[in-house]
Design a protein around this ligand. Structure first.
Ligand SMILES: Cc1cc2nc3c(=O)[nH]c(=O)nc-3n(C[C@H](O)[C@H](O)[C@H](O)COP(=O)(O)OP(=O)(O)OC[C@H]3O[C@@H](n4cnc5c(N)ncnc54)[C@H](O)[C@@H]3O)c2cc1C
Ligand code: SF4
Length: 478
C-alpha cells in the first residue's frame, strides 16, 4: 500500500504537477515516504535467511550483529533492533548511508552469493537508526559515575568522535580539538551532502556536546596549541587527525588557474551547503556551474567530485583514469551512479600537460594500455606513443589520493614513530604509539581508508585508553 502511494506521489509530482491534489503536499510526502521506507525495510529484513554462517557479520569491520537486527526489523521490533545495532556501531545511520556495502557486508550476503540479490543491509541499518532518532530513542550519554581523568582527542572525525563517545559513556572527561570550525572531519567537509546529509552528522555532534564532550574548534594543533601543551593538560591523548596531504599532478602548465585539488573543491561545496559565505565558490573559482569539467583519478574521491560537478550544473563532466573500469579503485556502485547521472569516463587515459595561458583551457591527454602485471599482480598502465589529444576544460579537478602530514616535524615531537609511508606507528590492537599515554586511530594510522574502520579504531583505542588509565601511575608512565 505504502509503495503504491509513494509511486502515485512521485508520478503525479513529476508528470502532472498541476494535477497534484492539494492533499499531496510535502508533509504528506514525508509520511508516505516513512511508510514506504518502513515497508521496504521490513521486506528486505525478512529476506534474510538467518543462514547461520553470517559472512555479512564477519565482513563488517564492526562485526555488527546483522542477522539479529534484521530479524527484529522483520518482526517490527524496531527499538530492539536499534539497541542491538548501536551496541557495536557508534554511528549506524552514517555507516548505513556511506559504507561501500558491496565490498563489505552486502557483498558477502549468502543470498547475494547464490545469485538472488543481497539483502540491502545498509538501508535497513539506516532506517532503524533514523527511526530511533525520530522516536527519541537516541539519548545523550549520562555516565553513572564521573571520573577525574581527562583525555584529549585531536581530530573530530569519525575516529575521534567514536572514541569520545565510548570514553564519555564511562565518565571520562573528554576534550576534542579540531582545526575546523565544525566537527565531523571528512563526514562534514569531505563526503558530499547527496551521499551523507549534513544534519545527520550535526545531530551526532550536538548529542556528544549534550553528553558533556568538550569541543575546542578552530584550534590547529602544532600552530594554535602545541602538542606538548595538550599532553601536559590531559592524562592521555588520542591522535585521530586523518590524512590530508593531497598527491599532486605533474606536467607542463600545471600551476594555472582552474586546476584545483579535490578536497578544496569538495570542502567549498560542503561549506556552501551549510549556508556559509564562500568567496571561492561565489567568484566561480571552485564552482563547476557552466563549465567543462575534467576530473583526474579513479577512486571514491574522484566519484564524489564528478557527481558534485553534475549537481552544480557543469556543461560536461569527464573523468580520466589510467586503467580500465575493471581495475578502478572506486566502488563500482558509485561509478554506475555517476554514469547514470551523465558523467563520461575516459578509461585508459592520463594527463600529460595542461594547455592555457594562465587559466586552464584543456588537458593534453595520453592514451594508455594495460601491460604486464606488477609485484602485486595488478597490470601496469603503459603509454601508447603518438596517441595524445587535447580534452577541452575550464575546470580540472585532481583526485589522486592522500598522504599523511609529517606530524613529528609539524608538532616538534621526533620521538613519535611513523611508518615508511608517514602514517603513525601504532599497535594494531591497543593503538598505543611510541609515546607513553598517546594513542592513534583512523586514517592517520591506516592511510586513507573508510569511515567504518575509523569508527572501529576509535572504539578500540577508547578501550585501550581506559585500560591505560586504570593502571597505577608508575606502570602507565613506563
Ligand atoms: C571525498 C571523500 C569521500 C569519502 N567517501 C567515503 C565514503 O563514502 N565512505 C567511507 O566509508 N569513507 C569515505 N571516505 C573516507 C573517510 O571519510 C575517512 O576514511 C574517514 O573520515 C577517516 O576518519 P578519521 O577520523 O581518521 O579522519 P578525518 O575524518 O579526516 O578527521 C580528521 C580530523 O582531524 C582534524 N585535524 C587534522 N589535523 C589537525 C590538527 N593539526 N589540529 C587539529 N585538528 C586536526 C581535521 O580537521 C579533521 O576534522 C571519503 C574520503 C574522502 C576524502
Ligand atoms: S557498518 Fe557498514 S559494513 Fe557494517 S553492517 Fe553497517 S553498512 Fe554493513
Amino acid at each position: 500500500m505504502a509503495k503504491e502511494r509513494m509511486l502515485q506521489f512521485v508520478t503525479v509530482n513529476r508528470e502532472m504537477p498541476e494535477k497534484r491534489p492539494a492533499t499531496l503536499r510535502s508533509q504528506d510526502f514525508h509520511e508516505i515516504y516513512r511508510d514506504f521506507a518502513a515497508q521496504k525495510a521490513a521486506e528486505q529484513a525478512s529476506r534474510c535467511s538467518q543462514c547461520g554462517v553470517p559472512y555479512c557479520q564477519s565482513h563488517c569491520p564492526l562485526h555488527n550483529n546483522i542477522p539479529d537486527w534484521l530479524r527484529m526489523t522483520a518482526e517490527g521490533r524496531l527499538q530492539e533492533a536499534y539497541e542491538i545495532s548501536q551496541a557495536t556501531n557508534t554511528f549506524p545511520e552514517i555507516c548505513g548511508r556511506i559504507c561501500p556495502q558491496d565490498r563489505l557486508c552486502e557483498g558477502n550476503c549468502v543470498i547475494e552469493q547464490s545469485g538472488h540479490g543481497t539483502v540491502t543491509i545498509g538501508s535497513v541499518e539506516k532506517y532503524i537508526t533514523d527511526t530511533a532518532w525520530e522516536n527519541g530513542w537516541v539519548k545523550p550519554v549520562k555516565p553513572a559515575v564521573e571520573r577525574s581523568e581527562s583525555v584529549a582527542i585531536i581530530g573530530a572525525g569519525p575516529g575521534g568522535l567514536a572514541a569520545a563517545d565510548m570514553l564519555r559513556r564511562k565518565g571520562f572527561q573528554v576534550t576534542v580539538y579540531d582545526r575546523y570550525d565544525r566537527a565531523g572531519g571528512l563526514l562534514t567537509y569531505g563526503i558530499p551532502g547527496f551521499k551523507l546529509e549534513k544534519p545527520v552528522v550535526m545531530q551526532r555532534v550536538e548529542q556528544l556536546e549534550a553528553s558533556g564532550v568538550n569541543f575546542v574548534m578552530n584550534c590547529k594543533v602544532g600552530e594554535d596549541l602545541s602538542f606538548d601543551a595538550i599532553r601536559g593538560q590531559h592524562d592521555a591523548v588520542l591522535i585521530a587527525t586523518g590524512v590530508y596531504k593531497m598527491r599532486d599532478v605533474g606536467g607542463p602548465g600545471v600551476g594555472q588557474k582552474g586546476i584545483v585539488q579535490a578536497l578544496d573543491y569538495l570542502t567549498v561545496s560542503n561549506r556552501k551547503s551549510f549556508g556559509d559565505e564562500v568567496e571561492a565558490y561565489d567568484n566561480g573559482d571552485l564552482n563547476a556551474a557552466g563549465k567543462r569539467v575534467v576530473v583526474i583519478g579513479g577512486g571514491d574521491t574522484a566519484m564524489d567530485c564528478v557527481r558534485t560537478a553534475i549537481r552544480q550544473g557543469a556543461t560536461s563532466v569527464k573523468c580520466l583514469y589510467r586503467r580500465d573500469k575493471a581495475n578502478m579503485p572506486g566502488s563500482q556502485r558509485e561509478t554506475q551512479n555517476a554514469e547514470e547521472e551523465g558523467v563520461e569516463f575516459v578509461w585508459l587515459t592520463a594527463p600529460k600537460a595542461f594547455t592555457g595561458n594562465g587559466a586552464v583551457e584543456g588537458v593534453m591527454v595520453q592514451r594508455m594500455r594495460l601491460g604486464a602485471p606488477d609485484a602485486t599482480g595488478r597490470q601496469t598502465p603503459e603509454i601508447i606513443e603518438g596517441a595524445d589529444y587535447v580534452e577541452p576544460a575550464d575546470l580540472v579537478i585532481t583526485a589522486l589520493g592522500f598522504e599523511p602530514e609529517e606530524l613529528p616535524t609539524l608538532w616538534g615531537v621526533p620521538e613519535l614513530a611513523v611508518t615508511r609511508w608517514g602514517t603513525i606507528k601504532a599497535d594494531f590492537r591497543t593503538h598505543a604509539t611510541s609515546l607513553p599515554g598517546v594513542f592513534a586511530a583512523g586514517d592517520i594510522v591506516r592511510g586513507a581508508s573508510l569511515v567504518v574502520w575509523a569508527i572501529r579504531d576509535g572504539r578500540e583505542a577508547a578501550d585501550a585508553i581506559m585500560d591505560y588509565l586504570a593502571q597505577p601511575a608508575s606502570v602507565a608512565a613506563e
